[in-house]
Design a protein. Sequence first.
Length: 553
Amino acid sequence: MAILVKLCTHWSAKRFLWLATIIFVLVTLCWYMTNPLTAETGQRKIDCSQASSISEAVNRMEADDMETEQTGSYVPLFQSRIVHLDLKGAPPKPAYFSEIFPLLAKLGATGILIEYEDMFPYTGLSLNNTSAHNAYSTTTISQINQLAKDNHLEIIPLIQTFGHLEYLLKLPEHLHLREVPDQPQAICPTQNETLPLLFQMLQQVAKLHPESKRIHIGADEVYFIGRCNACQERMNNKIWSTSDLFIDHVSAVAKFVNEKLGMRPMMWDDEFRSFSEPQLVQSGIGSLVDIVVWNYKPTLELDHEIWTKYLNVFDNIWAASAFKGATGSNQQITSVRYHVENHRAWLRLIDEYKDTAYISKFKGIMLTGWSRYDHFAVLCELLPAAFPSLAVDLLLLQYGDNHLHFIDQEAVKYLGCSGSFVFQMSQETYYPSCNFPGWEVLSVIQNYGQVMEQYAKVLNDSVVRGWLTDYNLAKQFSSPTHLSGIGTELSYLQNSFDSLKRESETSFEAVYDSNTAKEWFETHVKPMADRINELLMAIETLRTKNTWPRRPL
Ligand SMILES: [Zn+2]
C-alpha cells in the first residue's frame, strides 16, 4: 500500500491507472491461457508454450479485447456437440482417429456419431456379406472406443433401420426384403424376416460399444413405404395410412433398443414433418425416441409449426447441422462461410427458446459431415479438407455468435494455418500451409481446385470452341495457326493432372487406404485428364493435314 501511495505522489493518477490496466490485462491473459480446461465445461485448452509472444498477445487483445472477455462468460446453448463421421465414403485408417480425437475434444466436441454403414464387421450367415471388404475389425472398434474414452468423447453408433439400407438391400440374399423389388433403398417393414435381421444388426453394434448409452437408428428419407402387397394388405386390415406404418416400424425398433439393448434410441426427424400432432401424441413415439431435427441451409428452412409440434410431442430434441457434404453430391471444396451461416442460424433459433421452459428439451447438436449422398453416390468432400469448416463451427458453438473474428483466429491457430477461414473474399481460399492431421489431403484438394479452374478456362477457350470441336475432328478441318497455341495450354494441364495423381497417391496415405485415393482420382480427376488427352490427340491428328478440301465438306 505504501508503494502505491508513493507511486501516486510521483505519477499522475491517469498514468497510474493506465499502468494498472496493462498489468491487469497481461495477468488476465496469462491466467486465461494457462488454465487447462475440458471440453465438457465448454472452455478452452491452449498449451502456453504455443501462445504467441507477449507483444503479439497484447496486439491481439487490442484487436478483440472485449470479445475475449465476453467469450469466457458465454454458456453454450448446446451442451452436447457431436461430430458425425460418415464411414460410407472415404473411411479413415484407424490410426487417424488417434490423431483427430484429441483435436476434436480441444475444439469443443463432446462426442462422435459413427455412421458405420458397411464398415462394421457384421457376423453370421445372413449378415457377413454386408460388410465391405475393408471393413473395420472388432479390435479396431475397441481401439476407437478407448480413444474416445481417453478424450472424454461419447460414441453414438448410427445404424439405418428403414431407408438408406442400400448396402444391405443391394445384395442378392436380401433382395426379397426390398419394399419395391427394383429399388434397394428401403426395407419392407411387414416381411417376417425384417425386424429379426435389424435387431441382429443393432445387437452386434451394441455389443461392440458396451459403454455407449445411445444409438441412432437413422430412419430418414424412406423413399418407398407401403408399396408391396404385404404392406398394402396390413394397412387395409388395420385401416392404416403409410404414416401409421412408419410409426409402427420405428416404434418396434425403438422399443427393442430401449428394452433389449438398454440404450436410448435417436432418429432423424424428416419423416415426421408431415405428420399431425395428434397422430404423434397418440402413437407415444415422443417418449420412445430422441428426435434429431436436421437442416443444413444458411437460413433454416423449417416451418414454425414443426417446432410447436415437436416441442409438444418429444421429450428430447437434438439439432443437426452440417460442416461438409451438404452443398453438392460431387462437391470437393468446402465453403467455410456457408456452413458457418448454417450453425449461426441454429444458434439463433435455439436462442429464441432460451428463456422458455422448452429450452431443457434441446439436448445437443450433431455436426454432420456427409461423405456420400447415399451408398451409390460418388465421394463428396473429404474429412481433412473440411477441417477448417469443422473447427470454426465447433468453436462457434462453444463461444456463441457474437465473436466470429475471435473464433476464426482461434480455428486458424488450432489448425496451424495462417490467414483467415471465415473472412475471405473467395470461398475457395488457398491456405499455403497448415499443421493438423491430414493437412496433406487438404493441400491436394486445394491444388485440385486450381487445376479445375484452369481446366474450365481452357475448355471454354475460343480456340477449343471454334477450331477443336467434334465437327473439326470428324472433317479433319482446322487451322494449324490456332491449334499450336492451344496445344501448349493443354500439355500444361496434362502435366497438372499427372501431378495430382502422384500427389493424391502419396498424400492420402496419411489418412486413407489405397482404395480412397484410387476412387477419388478415378471419379474426380481421371475424366478430365482423359478429356485433355483426347484433345491433345485430336490436335496431333488435325495437324497431319497440310491441304484441305473445298466446301461443302
Ligand atoms: Zn412392404
